[in-house]
Structures are given as structure tokens and as C-alpha cells.
Design a protein around this ligand. Sequence first.
Ligand SMILES: NC(=O)c1ccc[n+]([C@@H]2O[C@H](COP(=O)([O-])OP(=O)(O)OC[C@H]3O[C@@H](n4cnc5c(N)ncnc54)[C@H](OP(=O)(O)O)[C@@H]3O)[C@@H](O)[C@H]2O)c1
Length: 257
Amino acid sequence: MGSSTRTLKIGIIGFGTFAQFLAKTMIKQGHLIRATSRSDYSGFPSVHFFRDMEEFMGLEHDVILICTSIVSVSQVVKSIPFHRLKKPLLFADVLSVKEHPRKLLLQEAPQDSDLVCTHPMFGPESGKDGWKDLPFMYERVRVKDEALCSSFLAIFENEGCKMLEMSCEEHDRLAAQSQFLTHTIGRVLSEMEIRNTPIDTKGFEKLVQVKESSTRDSFDLYSGLFIHNRFAKQQLHNLESALERVKETLEARMNNN
Ligand SMILES: NC(=O)c1ccc[n+]([C@@H]2O[C@H](COP(=O)([O-])OP(=O)(O)OC[C@H]3O[C@@H](n4cnc5c(N)ncnc54)[C@H](OP(=O)(O)O)[C@@H]3O)[C@@H](O)[C@H]2O)c1
């Protein structure tokens, strides 16, 4: 069996919506999934769920995957009983901001463990029919066991994801002007309570979709995109001033008529 098809023991910390979505594909690929979370998910099929973090950390893992919300990750990672680990392993995360968990894991995870920071650029809705051609960003932050890290990344590669290796800083810069902006526009459209009409143009249909997909994610997720991405504030400012300029252009035209 090649390294890219190796069966992994993956321990997931934070077993909410997104972790459950990932776990289904990992299980389909034959990996062994154990999970722990603040809430009780012990009924989830084919996953060994542990309410007790000490017990969970004492299991033999190849990978510990952090899937908690952005706004809770600092508190969650700082409360992990790392001393319970049986051997060096790979820590990975899937948070939608990247500099923040990178710094945190470099500070908190044991020095002899490996570290890969990732962001699957899709979710339960956009990835419901498979992950083919969907972007998957990652940075190998600290990797000694190349085979283990490759086996973990192969989970996404084997599903046909578009694998994009880049720094966490570059990710955050780009995500502020793409993902954060999309979510912000979606939240604004939601505040405006836009709805489909009988005379929708294709463009408007897309706006309603943006509103719906943005508000489907938790507010924790959205606020995390702002609070823990140092490039987001500038994008919010750019959006405000662009709206102001568009308004001024319209008003100037009206006054000239
Ligand atoms: N949804 C997506 O499409 C998507 C895509 C890519 C990456 N991500 C990332 O994946 C992670 C999970 O996203 P999500 O969509 O499942 O929703 P989320 O609201 O961002 O996170 C929910 C998760 O955080 C845990 N959590 C929240 N507050 C906590 C606290 N105070 N203490 C301990 N745990 C806490 C929840 O645990 P309990 O459920 O046990 O309460 C749950 O596991 C996030 O970091 C997000 O940025 C999400």
C-alpha cells in the first residue's frame, strides 16, 4: 500500500457541522475517526466519540485535526492535555483564517509534532456532490514525517481537490478580499431582506444565493473571519468607501441633469 492510501487514525477536536461533513468522506476512504467536542455527538455513525478530552488525547492518533470555531480555537487549544499524547504526530487545522491557528499551534503544540495548516475552500453545501476541482489551501508549517503529511493531504487530493500550497499570510490576504467580502455582502443583503421576485434577472438570483449561503454559516464563523484576519478591516473600509464613491457619482450625475 502506497503512503497516499495509508489508513490514518484521525482524532477530531470540535465535531460541529464542518467536521461532520469532512468525517463522512474520511470514513468513506477507510480512515479511523475519533472525535471530541463541547457538545455530545456520540450518536454519529462510524465515529468513536469521547466526551472526555483526557481519554481522547490518550488514544493512539496519527493526526489531530482541529475543527473548532475561529473565535474559540485559542481557548480550546490551550486546554488540550498534550502530555497525554502517546507519540509525536501531525497537528492539522481547517480554520477559515490561517495566521491565527498557525501561530497558536506553533506556540502550544509539542515541539516534536508536525504541523500543517489547511483551509478547504468549500463546505457542506458547495461540496455536497463531491470535492472535485474545489480549492484546498495548505501550508506545511513544520513537517518531519513527510509520508504522514502526504497521507493526510491525500484525503483531499484523492477526492480531486485543487491543491494550493501557499503561506498562511498569503491565504489571509486573499481570503479577506474574496471570502470575507462575499460573506459581508451576503450579511448586508440579509439585513436588506432581499427576496426572489417573479422578474429576477440571473444577476439577482446570484445575489440571493450569496445571501443564503453566507447566512447558512454561523455568526461565529463570520465574525472570526473579521476578528482573526488582520487584512479584513481594510476590506471593510474599502467596501464602505466604494459604496460612498458610487453614491457620489450617481448624485453628481443627477445634479447635472
Ligand atoms: N462551514 C464551512 O463551510 C467551513 C469551511 C471551511 C472551514 N471551516 C472552518 O471549520 C471550523 C468549524 O466550522 P463550522 O461550520 O462547523 O462552524 P463554527 O461555528 O465555525 O464552529 C463550530 C465548532 O466550534 C465548536 N465550538 C464553538 N464554540 C466553542 C467553545 N466555546 N468551546 C469549544 N468548542 C466550541 C463547536 O463545538 P460543539 O459543536 O461541540 O458546540 C463546533 O465544533 C471553523 O473554524 C470554520 O472556519 C468551515
